[in-house]
Design a protein around this ligand. Sequence first.
Ligand code: ADP
Length: 272
Amino acid sequence: MSDQVQSKLLKRMSTIKHKILVLSGKGGVGKSTVSTQLAFSLALSRKDIRVGILDVDICGPSIPKMLGIDKNEVFTCTEGWVPVKVKLSGDDDDNRLCCMSIGFLLQSEDDAVVWRGPKKHSMIQQFLEDTYWGDLDALIIDTPPGTSDEHITLAEILKESKPDGAIIVTTPQGVSLADVRKEINFCNKLGIPVLGVVENMSGFACPCCNEITNIFSSGGGRKLAEQFNIDFLGQIPIDPQLASCEDEGKNFLQSFPESASAKELENITNKI
Ligand code: ADP
């Protein structure tokens, strides 16, 4: 990376107080869900907080849909690409949660799937270089599943601006936990602090009484955290209301604030 690019990136990142990566060993475990809901939860935690969510999941950018902004376009100003704003209900200031997704820049959903490593690398670099966030208290970065070239690119680009760390998302089953071990080793190798593990799809939350039923095993994430001596941040149950809100692009936390999963997301937010 040239000195000019590096200094541009550092300048971009210097207006962001905290940068948190969200990782998972494989797809479908709820990484984008955790990224999205944590960004909402942080933005809702205080009126004076501004939060950004960056979707770098090149091959499956799902965050705009979850936020209900997938039909929006990204505009440019003299400073670069302007992230899309997400309105929080009851909030006069509509600039407290915003999102930039690689999905906004792709011609079609199949575009990036056929790209080779160098093209993905330059796309991610340009993406970070050209997005104009302004002042942010926190930026949540949703990464692709696994530990691919894209992660190495991201880690290299963010190295100088020092990310706060990574949250690793897993499901309770053993297969998923084996993948998490790789993520932890990957973070250790690249010098990214692990902020903790979130166990998602941990039991089923009944929408009527909020009772949690453990359909599969539970507690694997906690055991893993103990084994690696890292923090266990919490366990989010399977919640049909959460799934349908994300499908319809609705704000889950403000729609179902009393649900078990909303409460757990609030607890997790308080720990990070
Ligand atoms: P990933 O980013 O790991 O591929 P997603 O966050 O896209 O996974 O989740 C995959 C699907 O599962 C989505 O439809 C999402 O709404 C749903 N989902 C994720 N976590 C939960 C949960 N705790 N309860 C209900 N549905 C969930």
